[in-house]
Design a protein around this ligand. Structure first.
Ligand code: SF4
Length: 499
């Protein structure tokens, strides 16, 4: 195989230890790729991701695109988990898989199998691009996806390494794939004419970076319309040609602040990338000014946009004030924006934790929050999120699944950030109106929680009789010993047969 046979790493993955896997990847020729990941996605306090497998982020980006085929290369258990989760979230698309064993890793046959799978999938009638992802073990073993052909019959081939020991969150894995696609598309656009996006505004556009609730781009379009700007195709994109449209913008907006590789591509294309987002009155005013300046819009039109947007947002916040203490934690990247909106609506927010790292795109949000006494924790660990929530005992905890579970055990009303907060508008007047509704509905449940916790007090906490029993059922005398002896005899018999 080209590039030499990879070194097998049969053990490892989530439980193999990050240092061991990293060392193996470097020894197998992946130093440059690992350095890039380390620079883009700096480490957190814990050894491995604390949420789902990071590769789910990039997998989902590819699966949501039209005419893009997806192939995974990794351990069967990882691929099982990833495909299960992607279908749970409605992928409705085949996920290709190239299995391996120690022998195909040692001999380099895995790379040949991947190349064969890519050739099969690269049907220009059906797809514009094929995305191949190395999971932990193939990355640590140095399977060289960069040696795949760049295109086959006009179908682009994108090979990415998304190991759990190099990409700390699934949010950042989205950036790995979106950034790789933007880099490819930028190269195509620089080389000659490219396809026109399906929908193209006649006005100069602002490219939004981040997976937003569907109503948000529409709302943001309304906010920037007085400046003579329109919203362009989103990043991550919905189809390949959107990448050209996204790059061809007047300014890019890193509304989700962890898309480091994507921002690099926009900058390489000569575009200014603006951080933060249009949340609340302060956030929207600052964002409109920054976007207007980046797009070369005159002060009068920026003022016109502010004059139209700000009173509506202030009105929505005033109509539904929040009088509650809320802690916020999540791994979506929008946690700081949500916290800003909560604070503007009147909430007391002592703590916001995000699994994402500190980047320049959230600097303004951090400064704004810290000036109002909010503790901002980047790369927050589950332990930090839980400790903050238990210490504050808020009226509502917005958090990840384990934080919410812990909160409910402690009779604290809690809401799953990803499903409940990210699934509502956040920006402009619509966001201002929606956040109060969520908080009000949930904090009303506090008394119900207290009753439930009192009712179930002690249930499932230690050994005890189940429903319908008064005593703990007794174990038949000698049962465990008998079973132990039987197991030992069986093992001995099997040993004898084996020799
Ligand atoms: S690919 Fe994902 S599930 Fe598999 S070992 Fe790596 S981090 Fe864990």
């Amino acid at each position: 195989m080209d590039g030499g046979a990879p070194r097998p790493v049969a053990e490892g993955g989530c439980h193999g230890g990050r240092e061991t896997m990293l060392e193996a990847a470097r020894a197998a020729g992946k130093s440059a790729a690992m350095d890039r990941l380390a620079a883009d996605y700096p480490r957190g306090p814990h050894d491995q991701p604390q949420s789902m497998c990071p590769a789910f982020g990039s997998l989902r980006v590819g699966l949501r695109m039209r005419r893009v085929a997806t192939i995974l290369s990794g351990s069967a258990c990882c691929v099982y988990g990833l495909t299960f989760t992607s279908h749970f979230y409605g992928a409705r698309r085949t996920v290709g898989y190239v299995p391996f064993n120690s022998e195909t890793l040692v001999t380099g046959k895995l790379f040949e199998d991947i190349r064969e799978a890519v050739h099969k999938a690269a049907d220009p009638e059906a797809v514009d691009a094929v995305v191949v992802t190395n999971l932990c073990v193939p990355t640590a073993s140095g399977v060289p996806l960069d040696l795949l052909p760049k295109q086959i019959n006009g179908v682009r081939i994108i090979g990415i390494d998304v190991p759990g020991f190099g990409v700390p969150t699934h949010a950042e894995a989205k950036d790995v794939l979106a950034g790789a696609m933007l880099a490819y598309a930028r190269g195509e656009a620089e080389a000659g004419p490219v396809a026109r996006p399906r929908e193209r505004a006649d006005l100069p556009t602002v490219s939004l970076i981040g997976e937003l609730f569907p109503a948000d781009p529409v709302g943001i379009g309304g906010l920037i319309a007085p400046m003579g700007l329109a919203v362009g195709p989103a990043t991550p994109p919905r189809e390949w040609r959107d990448l050209y449209g996204a790059l061809d913008c007047a300014a890019a907006a890193a509304v989700h602040p962890f898309y480091v590789a994507c921002a690099r591509e926009f900058r390489a294309a000569g575009r200014t990338v603006v951080g933060s987002g249009p949340v609340g009155v302060d956030g929207t005013a600052a964002w409109l000014e920054a976007i207007g300046a980046a797009a070369g819009i005159g002060a009068a039109r920026i003022d016109a946009a502010k004059a139209r947007a700000l009173p509506a947002i202030a009105g929505a916040l005033k109509a539904a004030p929040i009088d509650a203490t809320v802690t916020v934690s999540g791994y979506e990247g929008s946690e700081l924006l949500v916290a800003r909106l909560l604070v503007e609506a009147g909430a007391r927010v002592p703590y916001v934790g995000t699994a994402c790292p500190r980047t320049e795109w959230s600097a303004e949000d951090r400064a704004w929050l810290e000036a109002r006494g909010v503790h901002v924790q980047y790369r927050a660990s589950l332990e930090q999120d839980i400790a903050a929530m238990l210490e504050v005992r808020p009226d509502l905890a917005l958090g990840t699944t384990p934080v919410v579970q812990k909160a409910k055990e402690a009779a604290i009303p809690a809401l799953y950030f990803t499903n409940m907060v990210s699934a509502r508008p956040l920006f402009g007047p619509a966001g201002a109106g929606s956040i109060a509704g969520i908080v009000a509905a949930q904090t009303r449940g506090a008394e119900r929680f207290r009753r439930m916790v009192a009712f179930f007090d002690g249930v499932g906490a230690a050994t005890g009789p189940g429903y319908g029993w008064t005593d703990i059922p007794a174990e038949p005398a000698g049962f465990r010993d008998r079973q132990k002896r039987l197991r030992a005899a069986r093992a001995k018999a099997e040993e004898a047969v084996g020799t």
